[in-house]
Design a protein around this ligand. Structure first.
Ligand code: NAP
Length: 261
């Protein structure tokens, strides 16, 4: 093994000083944990979200104390392609560049397919699948020019195994895996990696909104016998966006307590 290879194998993750990361929906839940993890390691984090995220981003800044200046809010509904482009332009105008994009924003509108309305179907596809595509479109030329980029799409275990009452959500999250692999192929020679993280059931507002019986079933189907923590997803994202993770692309990284293997 060469010295460089040994260092890659044994070294700690590289700090993110000077790196600029966009995290959609990055003020709470899994996104909040991702923003915190990246900012704690020195990245400037742009939280891209809808107006409710603005105030929560302020709370996040406050909770980060010394690194408060590293987290800023930029408004965009990710279902709106022009708003996505505007937010990315604003981030580049402020920081000069973007290195990392984490497509985290997501919603649920659950019903069995029999009862699901076309509006519920469309809304979930718009935010959870088209949103990441619009954000990727907005940063892609910039990353290709710079010959560096780390893109992480937050998919779900549900995108791999399906879930009762979530045809829209499962379809969007499965679609995100196809988008990830295709984009990974298209950018592999340009210093850009594109990966997905597929969480199991994580203790956030999204899951707390589920009926207790459904939460108990999800826990019962998780071999480690608990819900995951947002920080456990952030840890996987942090690893994937590392400068030295350049040989990892096109993966769907399961962080699901063994729920689906
Ligand atoms: P969450 O607490 O509900 O947070 C979602 C975030 O996305 C919120 O900040 C939300 O803002 C934002 N958002 C929603 N619609 C948006 C839009 N149109 N444009 C911009 N931002 C928008 O959810 P979470 O549990 O942390 O989930 C984060 C991601 O992980 C999602 O993609 C979810 O599908 C995925 N995931 C979650 C779990 C889980 O068990 N929790 C499991 C697998 C995958 P508002 O609050 O202001 O609406």
């Amino acid at each position: 093994m060469t010295l460089a290879s040994t260092q890659l194998a044994s070294g700690t993750l590289k700090r993110l000083d000077g790196r600029v990361a966009i995290v959609t929906g990055g003020s709470r839940g899994i996104g909040g944990a991702i923003s915190t993890a990246l900012a704690a390691d020195g990245a400037n984090v742009a939280v891209v979200g809808i107006p409710a995220d603005r105030e929560r981003t302020e709370h996040l800044r406050a909770s980060l104390n010394g690194t408060a200046q590293l987290v800023e809010f930029f408004e965009a509904n990710v279902a709106d392609p022009e708003a996505c482009q505007r937010s990315v332009n604003a981030v580049i105008e402020k920081y000069g560049h973007v290195d990392i994009l984490v497509n985290n924003a997501g919603i649920t509108k659950d019903h069995t397919a029999r009862k699901m309305t076309v509006e519920e179907w469309q809304a979930v596809l718009d935010v959870n699948l088209s949103g990441p595509f619009y954000m990727i479109k907005a940063v892609l030329e910039h990353m290709l020019e710079r010959k560096f980029g780390r893109i992480v799409n937050i998919s779900s275990v549900v995108g791999k195994m399906g879930n009762f009452g979530q045809a829209n959500y499962a379809a969007a999250k499965a679609g995100l895996l196809g988008l990830t692999k295709t984009l990974a192929l298209e950018t592999a020679r340009s210093g850009i990696t594109v990966n997905a993280v597929a969480p199991g059931f994580i203790a956030t507002e999204m899951v707390k909104a589920m009926p207790q019986a459904a939460i108990d079933i999800a826990k019962g189907r998780t071999p480690v016998d608990r819900l995951g923590e947002p920080g456990e997803i952030a840890r996987a994202v942090r690893f994937l966006v590392d400068e030295n993770s350049g040989f990892i692309t096109g993966t769907a990284f399961d962080v699901n307590g063994g729920m689906y293997m």
